[in-house]
Design a binder for this molecule. Structure first.
Ligand code: ATP
Ligand code: MG
Length: 169
């Protein structure tokens, strides 16, 4: 059984990590799509697809999890063809995991079985909360796997966010 999981992972955090660990233990393979792959250097989407790829692959490998494939997916801004677009990039999957109502709707209409993973500590394990903390200089490191802290330090991620907030005044 091959399962699909989709997110923007801006950044990859412990909520995503718990869900993917669970899926990886149940499925033969997990396909992880990095959505909005073309977006980076924005306050809502600070990290590139390659940086997000590193965060996910290092975090899973640190746990000894190897049955995953990561596929970056560009936005097409055309909901009616979006599932076909994803299908053109990934191996065939039997099951889709998402908490996003639009993604659920689009895949169900194409005949897929869709399941909603449970949300872990959603108030804190949230991309928006982590980006907010980075900008306020609050502790965000406890909300992501250790490998993500390493990647974000390596690329100067918090400085990047601060620069994105500055305006040319
Ligand atoms: P943002 O605040 O930037 O939207 P996010 O935390 O919602 O970030 P996404 O990449 O948008 O992360 O979400 C990908 C998937 O992960 C979505 O289906 C989302 O519901 C799910 N998800 C997000 N946070 C958690 C969590 N704490 N536990 C389980 N699943 C989560
Ligand atoms: Mg989200």
């Amino acid at each position: 059984m091959r399962a699909l999981y989709i997110g923007r992972f801006q950044p990859y955090h412990l909520g995503h990590h718990e869900v993917i660990k669970q899926i990886a233990s149940e499925a033969d393979e997990v396909i992880i799509c990095i959505g909005s792959a073309q977006r980076s250097h924005e306050l809502e989407n600070p990290f590139t697809a390659g940086e997000r790829y590193l965060m996910i692959s290092k975090s899973l490998r640190d746990e000894g999890i190897l049955n995953f494939y990561i596929v970056p997916v560009l936005d097409v801004n055309w909901n009616a063809v979006w599932v076909s677009h994803v299908e053109s990039l990934i191996p065939p999957v039997d099951l889709v995991y998402t908490n996003n109502p639009l993604i659920e709707r689009l895949f169900k209409e194409r005949g897929y079985e869709v399941r909603a993973p449970i949300l872990y500590n959603r108030r804190e394990y949230s991309g928006s909360e982590i980006r907010r903390r980075m900008l306020k200089n609050e502790a965000w490191e406890e909300l992501v796997p250790d490998a993500v802290v390493t990647v974000i330090r390596e690329i100067g991620g918090t400085n990047r966010l601060e620069d994105l907030k500055r305006r040319d005044e």
